[in-house]
Design a protein around this ligand. Structure first.
Ligand SMILES: C[S@@+](CC[C@H](N)C(=O)[O-])C[C@H]1O[C@@H](n2cnc3c(N)ncnc32)[C@H](O)[C@@H]1O
Length: 384
């Protein structure tokens, strides 16, 4: 079987690494997606265990088209009876980037007609369309003449882990938070803190990684559970094996925020993820926070707008730089923000920078290596 795992821009390589670890073969990196091959068990495992996948699509067919009629002909030739029956509701979602069509919604209607006509021809009945809660969610992707038709095995996107409660201000997408942690190379062998935790997405994702809690553990449903071929005992086996690896956190994970409301919100999410005993959390201004040990990772997502005035933001980012420099020598810091100019206000030279997207918002993830004294002094100490 061929699959397409979708992800956020910039996380393709870390997703490919995860898929490989989970047993996927034939990996191919695409834009915001990774193609892979495997069986039904792997599809269940990727849905349950991949931290940086947004959804997993099972490829039904891929072909070239020259017109709308050609799309109808080729999608009519698919053996739709092996995926659904006249009693299964379905919906077609399309992403179209092609000069062949002036209306982007039209190709989706063509495929919908092809499916309905297939069933009318062979059974005299046709399945109904249900866009809000379909039994089968069909994805149509057209780029130029290239056309892929797939079935979404995830349903509700996988970043909806099931632990988040409330409506926090500017939360990070869970897949992005997990992706940042994987990009940072943090392997739960040193302490990690998020000193501006907001609703706690970074510490919760870090805690789940450290404790090996599968990201799908708190989800009630995956789309594949509604498929005709759903194998409940195989999925139970996948869950039991993955859940059997859950362990206590091997390192200290901590979180803090200046806002009491944010800390309360974080605490609820941390508890919902079963991490109440694994993550410590407190109300604190970052400028007053001191590390518990001599090394570790700081991963943070400072404010970039909202109620703060530009002058206050400049001062906040400059305070972040000063605090990192004076209180955190020996640490590595990863900061994500859409405020490119604000990063310069930190006043430290990033070791690396990378573009990522939080939804449609372009952000920069900057890495800082913190050491005592100047870089020149450090080089001299290293070489002596
Ligand atoms: C963009 S939000 C973080 C969102 C978080 N990553 C999430 O997923 O919910 C920035 C947070 O920084 C906190 N903050 C602002 N100034 C701070 C300071 N001086 N010390 C600690 N936290 C601060 C805010 O209260 C806010 O919760």
């Amino acid at each position: 079987m061929k699959f397409i795992a979708k992800t956020l821009y910039g996380l393709e390589n870390v997703l490919a690494g995860e898929l490989k670890m989970l047993g996927a073969a034939g990996l191919k990196i695409a834009n915001r997606a990774v193609l892979f091959e495997g069986n039904r068990e792997l599809m269940y495992r990727v849905n349950y265990c991949a931290r940086t996948a947004l959804s997993v699509l099972k490829l039904v067919d891929g072909f070239m088209i020259s017109s709308g009629e050609d799309l109808y002909r080729k999608s009519s030739a698919i053996n739709w009876s092996s995926f659904l029956d006249p009693d299964t509701t379905f919906s077609v979602v399309s992403v179209v980037n092609s000069k062949l069509f002036t209306h982007t919604a039209y190709p989706g209607l063509v495929v919908k007609d092809a499916i309905a006509d297939h069933f009318r021809k062979f059974t005299g009945r046709r399945p109904s369309v249900n866009t809000s809660d379909p039994g089968i969610l069909i994805n149509l992707h057209i780029s130029g003449q290239y056309t892929d038709i797939s079935i979404d095995s995830s349903g509700v996107p996988l970043y909806k882990r099931g632990y988040r409660q409330g409506n926090p201000e500017a939360p990070l997408n869970e897949v992005l938070a997990a992706g940042i942690l994987l990009l940072s190379g943090w392997d739960a062998s040193v302490a990690l803190t998020d000193p501006m935790c907001g609703s706690g997405t970074i510490p919760v994702e870090a805690g789940m990684m450290a404790c090996r809690i599968p990201p799908g553990k708190f989800r009630k449903e995956f789309a594949f559970m509604k498929w005709n071929d759903f194998d409940a005992s195989l999925f139970r086996k996948v869950k039991d094996v993955s859940d059997g690896m859950i362990r206590k956190p091997p390192v200290r994970i901590s979180a803090s925020d200046i806002s009491e409301k944010a800390v309360k919100q974080s605490f609820i999410n941390i508890a919902n993820a079963g991490l109440a005993d694994s993550i410590s959390i407190e109300v604190s201004d970052f400028r007053d926070l001191r590390p518990a040990g001599k090394e570790g990772f700081l991963v943070m997502n400072p404010p970039y707008g909202g109620r703060l005035k530009p002058g206050d933001l400049k001062e906040l980012y400059s305070m972040i730089g000063t605090t990192l420099k004076h209180s955190y020598p020996g640490f590595r810091a990863w900061i994500i923000t859409p405020g490119r100019e604000l990063l310069a206000d930190i006043g430290l030279k990033p070791r690396s920078k990378q573009v990522l997207f939080n939804g449609s918002l372009e952000c920069i993830l900057a890495e800082f290596e913190l050491y005592a004294g100047t870089m020149k002094h450090r080089r001299a100490v290293k070489s002596s």
